[in-house]
Write a new protein. Sequence first.
Length: 125
Amino acid sequence: MSDEDIRNGKADGDESGHDAELAERLRHLEEKLAKGGDGVATGFGGAERSQPSAIGQAFRLSSELVAGVAVGFAMGWGIDKSFDTSPWGMIVFLFLGFAAGVLNLLRATGQAGGGAARPDPDNEG
């Protein structure tokens, strides 16, 4: 046995154990790749995506609320200018926009239904 074999961890009769270890690691890697890794994105066109980050989700939820309030305010302002009902149109539509924004928040977080009733998979018929 040469010094190079000792440095590489090879000993007499140790090659079969080393090959078995490499085969096991290769099998484990292939299983991991078949499952898509650790649940991260598989690329730009990959089918599997990771969960959104907390800050990304916070920005989405805050923009849902701000958009509802802004649209309500704009509609109220437009109605006030068109029908000369200042400030009542803006007040009413501002509250409606706030309600719509909160409803969008609840829908985005999954705490409110999305509209149409979903069929019950247990009750076929």
